[in-house]
Design a protein around this ligand. Structure first.
Ligand SMILES: C[S@@+](CC[C@H](N)C(=O)[O-])C[C@H]1O[C@@H](n2cnc3c(N)ncnc32)[C@H](O)[C@@H]1O
Length: 340
């Protein structure tokens, strides 16, 4: 991590400032191996491979660590030649292409395909993930001047509340053990008036109760990630000729068909390896309904809330409500604008 980014971090336990306790290895302004100490409690956190670590690698998301390190570039637009991540990031967030001066939090970055998009806006991007996928993200985005990558838990984030202009969380919530609590951890990270965008898998009878993946997951979610990964690759190799001949069977065979979005050849097969593992490996996979997500936005007292079907199933966006006094000033300013 760049030393200048220390100011963005806080102790996940007591939320006090962190200071550098010791540095074993540094390259110019980048701390490669170091220790960060909390000023308010006895906690000490390591920086390893340039990444501040607030959790260990050994946790329920280790399958994601394997997934995103084996497929570190598979979903990057620069690798596929198709602008899937760029289109999704800007369509889903509806944020401008240029945001210098802003600070964005990405919760659950995986390999960092959206970190790259957020960083392209010129904003400072603080990107966190629970798994060792952060290694893959660091390799792709970590040395950018405006990116800080952190290994941490959405339930105990190492940041001060009210710190970020924008927060996004794509493809993550359904993979946490308590989806409501994971969602509710996000709004407090925003400054008043700051924007949150999340998505979550959609819960329906056909997609959730009848989908092949939910039957297969009963066995696969408890397997060792390395063994499951080998098995899923063999399965894709075996059914690949059938899936090319009979695309209609693909979802039943657990082979997603991304030819519809323009992927071809080996890249199409690589996405199949990645996606089938992504369906079968996660410890948690809890789709939600529109009403549930809407209820959580209301519970968090968010303003301008819109929840609808979209990327990944359901998308929701809203703003952290302004305190009453600021709200009155903003309304007054709006009224003045109308008069001028
Ligand atoms: C399906 S991946 C999505 C990654 C990325 N957002 C994307 O769409 O490409 C889900 C990610 O959520 C992360 N995750 C799961 N539980 C988490 C938690 N408690 N805190 C932070 N990240 C978590 C996983 O490690 C994994 O990288």
């Amino acid at each position: 991590m760049r030393e200048k980014f220390l100011k963005h971090l806080a102790c996940p336990t007591c939320h006090s400032d962190l200071v550098i306790k010791s540095v074993a290895q540094r390259r110019e302004d980048i701390l490669e191996t170091a220790q960060l100490a909390c000023q308010g409690c006895p906690a000490v956190y390591p920086v390893l491979n340039c990444i501040p670590r607030f959790v260990s690698n050994d946790n329920y998301a280790s399958g994601f660590g394997l997934e995103w390190t084996r497929h570190a570039r598979t979903q990057y637009d620069s690798y596929t030649g198709v602008k899937l991540s760029e289109t999704r990031f800007f369509e889903e967030t509806r944020w401008p292409r240029n945001m210098p001066g802003e600070i964005i939090l990405e919760a659950g970055s995986g390999s960092g395909r959206f970190t790259e998009q957020a960083a392209s806006t010129g904003a400072v991007v603080v990107s966190m993930d629970y798994s060792y996928a952060v290694e893959a993200n660091y390799a792709s985005n970590g040395t950018r001047e405006n990116v800080l990558i952190v290994q941490a838990d959405i339930y105990a984030m190492p940041f001060r509340s009210g710190y970020f202009d924008k927060v996004f969380c794509f493809g993550v919530l359904q993979h946490t053990p308590d989806v409501r609590q994971a969602f509710l951890a996000l709004p407090p990270m925003l400054k008043p008036g700051g924007e949150l965008v999340v998505d979550v898998y959609k819960k329906t009878f056909f997609r959730t109760c009848l989908a092949t993946k939910y039957y297969a997951r009963k066995l696969t979610r408890n397997m060792q990630p390395v063994q499951l990964y080998q098995l899923t690759r063999r399965w894709v190799d075996f059914v690949w000729p059938i899936s090319l001949l009979r695309p209609i069977l693909n979802w039943r065979l657990l082979i997603p068909d991304y030819s519809v979005v323009g992927l071809r050849g080996n890249i199409l097969k690589e996405w199949a390896y990645l996606d089938i593992f992504d369906m079968l490996a996660p410890c948690y996979d809890s789709p939600q309904t529109i009403n549930t997500l809407l209820k959580w936005f209301q519970e968090a007292e968010m303003a301008d809330v819109v929840v609808d079907y979209g990327y990944n199933g359901i998308e929701g966006r809203g703003k952290r409500a302004l305190p009453v006094k600021e709200k009155a000033i903003a309304t007054h300013q709006e009224a003045l604008k109308l008069l001028i």
